[in-house]
Design a protein around this ligand. Sequence first.
Ligand SMILES: [Zn+2]
Length: 73
Amino acid sequence: MLYSNCTHCNSTKIQEGVIRAANAPLRMYPEESFTRNAPLNAHLRKSSAISSYYCQECGCILGLFLTEPKNLD
Ligand SMILES: [Zn+2]
């Protein structure tokens, strides 16, 4: 757990969540995956799901983090 208290209201009701667009969770890709000379499937090999923490009390989204950061090496 990266956060024990909400930075906005100091509540300890911190939950982990996943932000989704339509039916797909958002994913992070290294920018190099989309350069002109990158292999066509480069973005498929290097990516990580993005998860986040939010405050159950005030709704503040505290931060985003990669669940598999080593995938982007
Ligand atoms: Zn809060």
